[in-house]
Design a protein around this ligand. Structure first.
Ligand SMILES: C[S@@+](CC[C@H](N)C(=O)[O-])C[C@H]1O[C@@H](n2cnc3c(N)ncnc32)[C@H](O)[C@@H]1O
Length: 263
């Protein structure tokens, strides 16, 4: 498989901050409810990258995961799975995680995320009743909710069965709304975000704008009710603010950033 695009720009700072916020919500709730009771926190990062965004000097989602874990998952052990199709990115991540004994226990997949998520599911099934398995899965595809003919993107096939089979694993999506608008304009079969979220078998969604000029939609889906986390920029999808975030017409074409770059 070829090299993927990690999609780095100044807005990556805000994206990683929002991913950290989303993980904070999931971990704090799991820790409070299930901590100390023998549960583990199952985690899958479907588009993990190398662990570091060198062009902008910002940690990537695997490092963010382990950092948030230090603070928020004090009474549960995580079982972290990271996947990327890019062999160079995965080797860099392997080297990075090997530096600490805790992160070195991560499970790494250098393959298509459609295959990796099956292996993640098997790992859970081997040790727990899937219905009660707690954790989170992150999908950060450097695009919208879409899979190209060449297999780049989110595991759209697996996302038809995974959320049903594992009702207590939170789903975290980071979707590029600029890409959505461009693809929709070009006639691609992309569903608006509300339809995507409704298809994923989660009753409660928190939504936020993310990524510099608010080009990304970050959504956290759960089956147990969770209040708004306004301080973190997350709103219930049915609130007026949440509805506004999910309204595709609210995603105006962004201006270029301070340095003239469009990520
Ligand atoms: C936006 S980057 C991920 C950045 C990372 N999550 C972070 O926060 O630093 C998207 C990644 O998805 C990977 N990717 C794209 N399609 C994939 C697939 N089908 N299976 C596994 N990885 C994929 C690319 O190689 C790329 O590294």
């Amino acid at each position: 498989m070829g090299r993927g695009k990690q999609g780095q720009s100044i807005s990556t700072i805000d994206k990683e901050r929002r991913i950290a916020a989303a993980l904070t919500v999931s971990m704090k709730i799991a820790n409070a409810k299930f901590g100390g009771k023998g549960y583990r926190f199952w985690y899958f990062d479907a588009n993990c990258g190398s662990g570091y965004n060198h062009q902008v000097n910002v940690p990537g989602s695997p490092v963010v995961f382990w950092d948030v874990k230090q603070h928020c998952l004090t009474a549960m052990d995580p079982v972290a799975h990271f996947c990327d199709r890019d062999p160079v990115a995965m080797q860099q991540l392997r080297n990075r995680l090997a530096q600490h004994s805790e992160t070195a226990g991560s499970v790494l997949f250098n393959c298509d995320n459609e295959d990796a998520i099956k292996a993640f599911a098997e790992n859970i099934n081997r040790s727990e009743n899937r219905k009660y398995a707690v954790g989170a899965a992150l999908f950060d595809p450097n695009g919208y909710y879409y899979r190209s003919a060449g297999g780049i993107g989110v595991p759209v096939q697996a996302l038809q069965w995974f959320p049903v089979a594992f009702p207590r694993i939170d789903l975290i999506l980071n979707l590029n709304m600029r890409t959505f608008r461009l693809q929709r304009g070009a006639g691609h079969a992309v569903r608006p975000p509300t339809e995507v979220l409704r298809s994923l078998n989660r009753t409660h969604w928190l939504v936020a704008r993310a990524g510099g000029q608010s080009r990304h939609l970050l959504a956290v889906g759960r089956n147990m009710a969770v209040r708004d986390h306004k301080a973190l920029g997350f709103y219930d999808w049915e609130s007026p603010e949440g509805q506004c975030i999910l309204d595709v017409d609210e995603w105006k074409e962004p201006a270029t950033d301070l340095f003239g770059a469009v990520a």
